[in-house]
Write a protein that binds this ligand. Structure first.
Ligand code: HEM
Length: 260
């Protein structure tokens, strides 16, 4: 969360509300209906964050700084590329898309490492394996399980007729376990070669933060292993992991651990 605050230029005194405060729930992007109280809570959350961003963007309109918010404001005012509403929507999206996804990458990834002890041992012994480990974490237990598209024209896919205007759900997590592309898919391995998994989607909407979250993942794991060499996850994580209730964003509700 602090990385996104730093990138955008959120004033330090305001950051606590993002780090510890309310967050837009991942339920808004689940393909299942939300209960009225969940919707009300989500609406209040978006209204509050839109009000905060509107006020902050106003400050940048009056006195620009050397930050991404000011650059976005310039795209709105000078270049006319973004409306005010689009500006707030994009800033809010960066917070919503860029936080829980990476948190879940770390939680799911650590759980996978502890389920595959030889990989954990190899990684701890040689941290130059970190990029391969993060790539495999993204594939093995994808923190974003699905994305969607609307068909622009009629077509047939593997015997299924899709009509123009139909919504299509693409199951990234399942594609990442396609045995024809990833041999032995249920096995966590540090020696997989291309192709990369589909964890960040594809085409024009390919994840804007893909490279950032790879770097965040590598750096967070490096710090964790260097600073807590005796880190151990509790058995409960492997035996009965506490999953978050969301479907699209897959992650752990808790990751109990101990260290000497
Ligand atoms: C492990 C971490 C992450 C995963 C697994 C992930 C995954 C995804 C996926 C699957 C999509 C949809 C792509 C599609 O439909 O083809 C997406 C879109 C997006 N992501 Fe990420 N993401 C991650 C981190 C981030 C971060 C750190 C940021 C921002 C700082 C970010 C910003 C975005 C944005 C803005 C979009 C929308 C792009 C568009 O519609 O053009 N994501 N992400």
């Amino acid at each position: 969360m602090l990385v996104i605050c730093e990138m955008l230029g959120i004033p330090e005194e305001d950051r606590d509300r993002f780090v510890h405060g309310e967050r837009i729930t991942g339920r808004v992007i689940d393909p299942t209906p939300m209960a009225p109280e969940e919707l009300a809570e989500a609406n209040t959350g978006s209204e509050n964050s839109a009000a905060y961003f509107n006020a902050l963007l106003d400050r940048r309109r009056k006195a620009p700084k050397d930050d991404l918010l000011s650059a976005l404001v310039a795209a709105e005012t000078e270049e006319g590329k973004l409306t005010g509403a689009e500006l707030v929507a994009n800033v809010s999206l960066l917070f919503a898309a860029g936080h829980e996804t990476t948190v879940n990458l770390l939680g799911n990834g650590l759980k996978a490492l502890w389920q595959h002890r030889p990989c954990l041992d190899a990684l701890r012994a040689d941290l130059s394996l970190l990029p391969a480990a993060v790539e495999e974490m993204l594939r093995f237990d994808s923190s974003v399980q699905l994305t969607g598209r609307r068909a622009l024209e009629d077509f047939t896919f593997q015997g299924h007729d899709i009509k123009e205007g139909d919504n299509v759900i693409t199951l990234l997590g399942a594609a990442n376990h396609d045995g024809e592309t990833f041999p032995d898919p249920a096995q966590f391995r540090l020696d997989r070669k291309a192709p990369r998994a589909l964890s960040f989607g594809g085409g024009i909407h390919y994840c804007l933060g893909a490279q950032l979250s790879r770097i965040e993942g590598e750096e967070a794991l490096r710090a964790l292993f260097e600073r807590l060499p005796k880190l151990e996850l509790d058995h409960s994580v492997l035996e009965a992991p506490e999953q978050k209730p969301t479907i699209t964003l897959r992650g752990l509700g808790a990751l109990p651990a101990h260290w000497a």
